[in-house]
Structure formats: structure tokens, C-alpha cells
Design a protein around this ligand. Structure first.
Ligand SMILES: NC(=O)c1ccc[n+]([C@@H]2O[C@H](COP(=O)([O-])OP(=O)(O)OC[C@H]3O[C@@H](n4cnc5c(N)ncnc54)[C@H](O)[C@@H]3O)[C@@H](O)[C@H]2O)c1
Length: 503
């Protein structure tokens, strides 16, 4: 790992940082009714740079009342899709125009490397454009049942949507929820993550300037157990969209059950990267490094279990470790930095504890400690790459208890091996895999993991031939992929465009 002295001393602090972050209810910035606040940390210096209003049940009640009023009496749910789409496109324009400011705030608040924070505004804007297009293209429908009846499909907004978001790429993730909820004419109460409340306050001004009526968007900061819990249990909130930890999702499911709320859940991952012996090794290493170290490794889709076919395992580990050692850990605002500061000391402690578990189970190939030149207070943390002589573990129990989820593993290790594995929901593991095809199939049946990265050469397969736009059932590529890749252009694997970590 490299970490320059210059990076530690010249920590960049954006201009005009707020020292206090408020709620936004019915078009006004306000504090909590009881004046409660919580401290907000800068993850590089680990010092408090602001306080944020800590929402309680009564603040959620106010926000929901405003959203309910805007829904039952305001113009937003009654506007034609084209009118709402115009507002959404203005929101997208305003988000794009804030690209530089958003990136510096997001980097300061979350510790994400600035080069990786830079694309977030464009992705957020794209979400609004996508749903603006979608709502004008959607239509209601009527179906005649001959001689009996006519059935109608009427698309209508439902009411107040409660949106609860995590701390990784917070602004962009909020846009995933805000854009569809608003596009379809609902009103919202957003409860952002308490570790990273800074960028969410940008939404208020963006929405107001774009012409969103007051009360349609409301924001309540606060802790999950207070503000989040009150939002989930509120009887006037029929929809909850949540992204975060699986265990929090389970709590929310239970709490929403009494009112049979509509739920959308995006929960934590523990995703596999399966490397086949016939893969392009350098490309597979690029992709595996990007998969687990981009966004500081704090991504739900991180490929934190790397399963390598036995024939290339040693070579893969050696090359992978060499690249991991070169990864630049540093101040998140330095464009050279590849891994910045973990979001919060609590999260740092959690990651560090998994490094310790990894050391007891395997050989540490690279990283695993704080850079020597890093000030004591920073949470910057180099990645750890232990290779485990045993199996990687998954959240949810030991190997025996996973029997139904992982039949291939069970068969390979033998039910009588007697090995017990502790619950280990974090860290990065490299494991030799005798049969990656079987493993990939097992992963697909598993309830763990959010994304899958199979690393193998692209076969000269029939899909590309189908792009000759032959009509009929053999053309299986999604339409947008057919339309967006110019005819005759050779396919470029996605990982080629990833930044090369530690190169
Ligand atoms: N699947 C996805 O698309 C996706 C995307 C990003 C992050 N994640 C996951 O999110 C996690 C990181 O986020 P986190 O640590 O902020 O998760 P978290 O579950 O601790 O918190 C997420 C949000 O829920 C709130 N919350 C906590 N307890 C609550 C409760 N009882 N009732 C209502 N709200 C409550 C928090 O205040 C926060 O706003 C990781 O596990 C990551 O994998 C998943």
C-alpha cells in the first residue's frame, strides 16, 4: 500500500460546508421539535464537522402530514405524466449541473475517492430522466372478456412513500428511490443514513428550483431506531422502500406487516467472483480488483468471495496480491487515491475485526493494516487479501447449516469433515475451486450474494450472431442492447473500461 505524507497533511475541506444540517418539511428547513441533534463526522480526520437535526416520531408525524396533504389536495398526483416528466427533466438538469459540488461533498462526507464520486451525479440525473421517459410511455389499458365484462388497468399513485437509504453512495442511492416514487405521482418522506446526511440536503433546493410543489418531498434526518422506525410504522405511509443491511430489512418487514405495507427491499450482499481456468487472467484480475476495492469496498455488489479454479489458483493469488499491494490508499480528495477512508470508525472497527478473523484462518497476502504514514485518527484502511486454506464463509451460519444452500460445497467437503465456520459477513477471501462451473450453479441457487462475476472468455456464441437483427424468437438480446451497440462493432467486455486498481 502506498500513502503519501502530502496526502495526510493536505486534507481538502470543501468551501461553505454547513455546520448544521436540518430537516426539510413542507418546503421549509426546520430543526427537530425537541431540538435533538447528532454529530456528523468527517471520516478522514474523524472530527465532527457538523450537527444534524435528529428526527423523532413527532418530526416524522409532521413530515408525513405534509406529504399526505400534498397527496390528497396538491397538484402533483393529478398532473399529467408529461407535466411531471418536465419537472423530472429539470431535476436531472440541476443534478448534472451540481456534479462538481456533489462529488466534493460526497467525498468529504463518505470518504469515497473523488475520482469515483464524480460519476454519481450523472447516474442520479439519469435515474430521473429514465423515469420521466417511462411515465409518458406508459398507458392505461382495457381488456374485453367477450360476452362477460371489460377489465381496466388504471395506473394511479398510491400515497406517501417512506424512503430509507444507506451510507454508501448516498445521493445516487436516494435518486433510485426518489425518481420512481415522484415520477408516478406519489409524495415522499426521505430518511437518509445518519453516517452521511450531507448530500441529501441538496435535494431540497434542487426540487424547489425545478418546480416540485411544497410538501411533495420531505426529508427527516435521524437515527434508524427513531426516525426510521417511526416512518416504517406510520399508518399513513403505505409504501416503504429500503436499502441497507439484511437484518435491518428483516426488522422493517416485521414492523410493516401489521399494516400490510407495500415494500421494496434492496439488502446487503456477499457476492461471488468465480474465475475459470480459461479466463483471460489479467482481465479477470482487473475485474476482481475493481469488484471488491472500488467505492472503498463499501458496495453492496462487491465481489468479496473470489473463487478461482484450482489450475490457476497460485498464479492468480500471486498476481492479485502484487496488484493489491500497489493500490494507493490516501486522502479521498487526491485524484491518485484508489481507496479512501472508510465511512465511520464503527465501520472501520467492523472491517478490522474481519481482517483479524481472516488472519486466523488463512495466509495474509497483502494489506491488512493502517498505512504507517496515516494520522492516527483517519479511518483510511488498506485492503486485506487473505487466502484461505478452508472455505470462505457466508453470513447466516456455519457450513453445516448451509447444507441446502450450498450442496456442492457440502459434497466437496463431506458432511463428516467436522469443520465449523464462524459467521463472517465481511472481508475478502480467495479460495481454490476444483469445479467452478458447479460452483457457479450453486451460487445461483444460494440465497447469498447480490451480483455474480463469472470470469471466463466470452464464447464465440450465438448471441452475437443474433444481433444481425434476425426477427423472431431467436433474437433474445434486450432491445436496448441491440439498439445501443452499433452493428459490426466488436463486443468490449465491460471490465476493460474499469479503472485498473493497483496497476
Ligand atoms: N442491495 C442494494 O442495492 C444495496 C445497496 C447499497 C447498500 N446495501 C447494503 O447496505 C448496507 C450498508 O448500509 P447501512 O449500514 O447504512 O445499513 P443499515 O441497515 O444499518 O441502515 C440503512 C438505513 O436504515 C435505517 N435504519 C436502521 N435501523 C432501522 C429501523 N429499525 N427501522 C427503520 N430504519 C432503520 C438507517 O438509519 C439507515 O438510514 C450494507 O449491508 C450494503 O450491502 C445494499
Amino acid at each position: 500500500m502506498t500513502f503519501t505524507a502530502e496526502q495526510t497533511t493536505n486534507h481538502y475541506v470543501p468551501q461553505d460546508l454547513p455546520t448544521h444540517i436540518q430537516h426539510y418539511i413542507n418546503g421549509q428547513f426546520v430543526d427537530s421539535l425537541n431540538g435533538a441533534t447528532f454529530d456528523v463526522l468527517d471520516p478522514v480526520s474523524n472530527t465532527n464537522y457538523a450537527t444534524a437535526a435528529a428526527g423523532q416520531k413527532e418530526d416524522i408525524d409532521l413530515a408525513v402530514a405534509a406529504a399526505r396533504e400534498a397527496f390528497t389536495k396538491g397538484p402533483w398526483p393529478r398532473m399529467k405524466p408529461r407535466e411531471r416528466a418536465r419537472v423530472l427533466n429539470r431535476i436531472a438538469d440541476a443534478v448534472e449541473a451540481q456534479e462538481a459540488r456533489l462529488a466534493e461533498l460526497e467525498t468529504f462526507d463518505t470518504g469515497l475517492p473523488i475520482t469515483q464520486a464524480k460519476g454519481q451525479a450523472l447516474r442520479a440525473a439519469e435515474n430521473f430522466r429514465f423515469f420521466a421517459d417511462l411515465i409518458v410511455a406508459q398507458f392505461d389499458d382495457a381488456m374485453k372478456v367477450p360476452g362477460a365484462q371489460i377489465n381496466y388497468v388504471n395506473r394511479k399513485p398510491i400515497g406517501v412513500a417512506g424512503l430509507i437509504t444507506p451510507w454508501n453512495t448516498p445521493f445516487m442511492l436516494e435518486s433510485w428511490k426518489l425518481a420512481p416514487a415522484l415520477a408516478t405521482g406519489n409524495t415522499v418522506v426521505l430518511k437518509p443514513a445518519e453516517f452521511t446526511p450531507l448530500s441529501a440536503s441538496l435535494w431540497a433546493t434542487i426540487f424547489k428550483d425545478a418546480g416540485l410543489p411544497d410538501g411533495v418531498f420531505n426529508l427527516v434526518n435521524g437515527l434508524g431506531e427513531d426516525a426510521g422506525d417511526a416512518l416504517v410504522k406510520h399508518p399513513d405511509v403505505p409504501l416503504i422502500s429500503f436499502t441497507g443491511e439484511t437484518t435491518t430489512g428483516q426488522t422493517i418487514f416485521r414492523n410493516a406487516a401489521a399494516n400490510l405495507k407495500g415494500l421494496s427491499m434492496e439488502l446487503g450482499g456477499k457476492s461471488p467472483c468465480v474465475v475459470f481456468a480459461d479466463a483471460d487472467l489479467d482481465a479477470a484480475i482487473d475485474s476482481a480488483l475493481f469488484g471488491v476495492f472500488s467505492l472503498n469496498g463499501e458496495r453492496c455488489t462487491a465481489g468479496s468471495r473470489i473463487l478461482v479454479e484450482r489450475a490457476i489458483y497460485d498464479e492468480f493469488c500471486e498476481k492479485y496480491a502484487a496488484r493489491a499491494k500497489n493500490i494507493v490508499v490516501g486522502d479521498p480528495h487526491d485524484p491518485k487515491t484508489e481507496v479512501g477512508a472508510l465511512v465511520h470508525p464503527e465501520h472501520y472497527a467492523k472491517v478490522a475485526s474481519y481482517v483479524e478473523v481472516g488472519k486466523t484462518e488463512g495466509r495474509l497476502l497483502a494489506g491488512g493494516g493502517r498505512p504507517a504514514t496515516s494520522p492516527k485518527a483517519t479511518t483510511s484502511h488498506p485492503p486485506c487479501s487473505p487466502t484461505s486454506p478452508r472455505r470462505a464463509d457466508l453470513p447466516g451460519g456455519n457450513l453445516r447449516s448451509r447444507r441446502r444452500d450450498h450442496p456442492v460445497r457440502e459434497r466437496r467437503r463431506g458432511a463428516g469433515s467436522g469443520e465449523q465456520h464462524p459467521i463472517r459477513p465481511g472481508g475478502l477471501h480467495l479460495d481454490p475451486e476444483p469445479d467452478p462451473r458447479a460452483q457457479l450453479l450453486a451460487e445461483r441457487r444460494s440465497r447469498h450474494g447480490l451480483a455474480e462475476q463469472p470470469q471466463r472468455p466470452r464464447p464465440p456464441h450465438p448471441v452475437r450472431r443474433r444481433q444481425s437483427l434476425r426477427p423472431g424468437p431467436r433474437r433474445r438480446l434486450p432491445l436496448h442492447r441491440l439498439l445501443h451497440r452499433p452493428a459490426g462493432r466488436p463486443h468490449q467486455p465491460r471490465h476493460r473500461s474499469h479503472p485498473k486498481f493497483g496497476a
